[in-house]
Write a protein that binds this ligand. Structure first.
Ligand SMILES: Nc1nc2c(ncn2[C@@H]2O[C@H](COP(=O)(O)OP(=O)(O)OP(=O)(O)O)[C@@H](O)[C@H]2O)c(=O)[nH]1
Ligand SMILES: [Mg+2]
Length: 194
């Protein structure tokens, strides 16, 4: 009887932890996205825009998108001096979210090459990759299909890849993008302890 009850308890209350690494160049909107996710999945008030400063180090959040899973997200600063820190999380990450500022045409090439360095890393082999085209509210935002072409996402081996438009500021597109990620994690070859 005890083992039946403890099994039921475990079934109801044990959640699968899904480790997700959020990276991208500085100013792309990663921390704004994290604040939006806190609001959507934890019911917390997001930090006001003026309180979000460039990340020096790491922001970590445990979000609850549903009853059975916890999305443990690591948002690492994107300044050049911090990019070298990203790979500390590669071995443990189940998935990668790469955020770009869709309105920043000047740094698009830098974003593209940084993206390719990340997805080519063997420590991330098999991890689903979500490329988020952020700041879609801006008039000069590039179309996500154009970004997908420019980044050559269909030519990247070893990853289930998806490109999605979002506006981290007001949350547009975020639920759909995270839903894709959760579904991709279900079929991911990376070992997830459930
Ligand atoms: N218009 C618009 N601005 C955004 C959006 N998301 C973020 N921003 C702005 O972009 C700037 C940078 O946002 P952050 O979230 O700090 O960017 P970050 O990627 O975390 O930057 P680092 O921590 O330096 O790596 C801030 O001024 C945000 O308000 C968006 O969807 N639309
Ligand atoms: Mg940040």
């Amino acid at each position: 009887m005890f083992s039946l009850l403890s099994g039921l308890w475990k079934y109801l209350f044990t959640k699968t932890e899904l480790f997700t690494l959020i990276v991208g160049l500085d100013y792309a909107g990663k921390t704004t996205l994290l604040e939006q996710m806190k609001s959507m999945y934890l019911g917390m008030d997001p930090l006001p825009e003026e309180k979000i400063t460039p990340t020096v180090g790491l922001n970590r959040t445990r979000a609850h998108p549903n009853w059975t899973e916890v999305l443990v997200t690591w948002d690492v600063g994107g300044q050049r001096s911090l990019i070298g820190m990203w790979d500390r999380y590669f071995n443990e990450a189940h998935a990668v979210v790469f955020v770009i500022d869709s309105s920043d045409t000047v740094r698009m090439d830098e974003a593209r090459s940084t993206f390719h360095t990340v997805v080519a890393d063997p420590r991330l082999a098999g991890a689903p990759v979500l490329l988020l085209c952020n700041k879609m509210d801006k008039d000069d935002a590039i179309d996500p299909d154009v970004v997908a072409d420019a980044f050559g996402v269909t030519d990247v081996p070893d990853h289930n890849m998806h490109v999605a438009p979002i506006c981290a500021k007001d949350g547009t597109g975020v639920t759909e993008a995270i839903d894709w990620l959760l579904a991709a994690l279900q079929t991911s070859p990376r070992q997830i302890i459930r």
